[in-house]
Design a protein around this ligand. Sequence first.
Ligand SMILES: N[C@@H](CCC(=O)N[C@@H](CS)C(=O)NCC(=O)O)C(=O)O
Length: 222
Amino acid sequence: MPKLHLVSHAICPYVQRAVIALLEKNAPFERTNIDFNDLPDWFKAISPLGKVPLLQVDQEVIFESAVICEYLDETIAPRLHPEDPLKRAQHRAWIEFGSAILATIWEFNTASDAQTLEAKRKELQSRFETIEKTLKEGPYFAGENFSLVDAAFAPIFRYFDVYDSIADFGVFANTPKVRAWRQALALRPSVKNAVAADYPQKLIGFIKGRDSELSRHIAASI
Ligand SMILES: N[C@@H](CCC(=O)N[C@@H](CS)C(=O)NCC(=O)O)C(=O)O
């Protein structure tokens, strides 16, 4: 088994995908959280894009969360991707869909005015309405078995635990299956343990550090 070192950040959702996959596989790994305001030279030297997650596998480097998760899935049991190639392709597609949601979440976090925040809120609601149509019995995306799609969506839902403490944005009002999926993922040990206990405070601090509509909501809520 090669030595795995995951270069990380305390609140990065893409990092959490890889951490959740590693924890599901019970694989030993070292995690180092870096500070984007003070990037270590060793990270600059090995990171092609200057982004996390980055996985060191012995002396080799892999970047991009989806690629890291695929590598982990191909090398460490149990498989989190379906065996069937068509189903696997569909799972990859929904992971991409999750990345599109993360892009909208970024725009929601940084929206400069109330109108933009509302537009992004509606966009998020509509994305979850789309995924509602694909969900079956649960508790996870593909039923009983936890998959890499679950690893990709758990960090998305974690944002909403913090948003819920700010205001009722009603993003999941029309999506009961998504709500149940979100609850099931929040209870999963790998999901719980992918971030430290101070994650909510760190995310709130990150949002408050920007002159955004959401930071004004936080100021109004305390
Ligand atoms: N597509 C990349 C996105 C990774 C990403 O955007 N990571 C952010 C932190 S959440 C980052 O490293 N940002 C640093 C920067 O852009 O300078 C992946 O899936 O790994």
